[in-house]
Ligand binder design. Structure first.
Ligand code: GZL
Length: 350
């Protein structure tokens, strides 16, 4: 169902009422975005779930452009979104872009053609989104960013971003390392397996990690390359690092568990002990990573929550009922170290 917009005196009255709502929320300490940042906002009073103009049934249709299936995190993220849509009675049109931004653009054009009510997208990289988001805005279809962010000059091109604070995840990884090496004199050589270059998790995790370890000038990142968040490339890239640097490597910071899992295979092939000869810090929190932590092969896992489905569907429903959404919605996340691995592994949902 299209979000309607009202113009003239009625529209302004409704906007004024909306502003009162915003002021009220701010006083209550709840952050909400300014109404003007919600394009084509339905200003109707909250009612039953909107009726679909097509079937006449109570139905919302969401077009979801998922970036790929590159990691266990991504597969869990997709499962969570599919399950939450089914649970919420929301029709989900799912398109897998296989890590291609061009395919994401094609998917969004398909959703516009199909006149979906909302577009959700997990952008593979941050840049290049302005034109396609303008096409969605011109079609009056609101866009929600799921998981990753985009770099656009006009924030009204999307309603909200639902996803982790990747910079904070990098900071947590750096803080763990400073703590772990507190008594160890330097120099300490670090290698880094970056995720997909140009993606917000890769950019921000790298920044957060570097900002923290800069406190010790004897901690040095001697090699950093992208392994695209996959097991295979994590193994290949770590194997190349070891061939070049061998036993000099004391620490691995992997931007996700899949790359850490691949790297551990390469480290063991080379004859070193992961988690002992090479301190390993990873991000995500998959069951496989926790099982390796139980074996003492991973020292720290910074959690990145893939289960965004329920938050995304709640945001869709609230937006379609005319409520304002905060510009940024961040899920709760923790940090896990060797001591809690046994307990945590049983809790893992993916
Ligand atoms: C982070 C997400 C990243 C995960 C990887 O929110 O975009 O992409 O850390 C996944 O496992 O491939």
């Amino acid at each position: 169902m299209k979000a309607k917009t009202y113009r003239g005196p009625v529209g302004w009255l409704l906007v004024a009422l909306c502003m009162l709502f915003v002021v009220g929320c701010e006083e209550a300490g709840v952050h909400v975005a300014q109404p003007e940042s919600l394009p084509g906002q339905a200003l109707q009073a909250p009612a039953e779930q909107p009726l679909s103009p097509i079937s006449g049934k109570q139905l919302i249709t969401v077009g979801f452009s998922q970036l790929g299936t590159e990691s266990d995190w991504r597969k869990a993220n997709t499962r969570s979104i599919r399950e939450a849509a089914a649970e919420a009675g929301i029709k989900l049109m799912y398109e897998n872009a296989e890590q291609s931004q061009e395919k994401q653009f094609e998917a969004i054009r398909l959703f516009i053609e199909q006149k979906v009510d909302v577009i959700a997208v997990s952008p593979v990289v941050e840049s290049g989104w302005e034109p396609i988001l303008r096409e969605a805005k011109a079609a009056g279809i609101p866009v929600i960013l799921s998981d990753r962010a985009v770099g656009v000059s006009d924030p009204s091109l999307y309603v909200t971003t639902i996803g982790s604070d990747f910079y904070e995840e990098g900071v947590k990884a750096g803080k763990y390392l400073l703590d772990k090496l507190h008594h160890l004199p330097g120099p300490v050589s670090i290698v880094e397996l970056r995720g997909t270059d140009g993606s917000s998790p890769t950019i921000e995790r790298g920044k957060g990690f570097r900002d923290v370890i800069a406190k010790r000038e004897d901690l040095r990142i001697i090699k950093a390359e992208s392994a695209d968040f996959t097991v295979e490339q994590g193994k290949e890239t770590m194997r190349a690092f070891l061939q070049e640097l061998g036993g000099d490597i004391r620490v691995l910071f992997a931007h996700n568990d899949d790359m850490a899992i691949g790297a551990i295979e390469a480290i063991e092939e080379y004859g070193l002990r992961p988690g002992k000869d090479v301190v390993i810090i990873s991000v995500d929190g998959t069951r496989k990573a926790f099982e390796l932590m139980v074996e003492g092969k991973i020292n720290c896992i910074v959690e990145c929550n893939p289960l965004l489905g329920p938050i995304l569907m709640q945001a869709v429903r609230e937006m379609m009922e005319g409520r304002t959404l905060p510009k940024r919605i961040v899920p709760q996340e923790s940090v896990f170290t060797e001591g809690v691995a046994h307990k945590e592994v049983a809790n893992r949902q993916y």
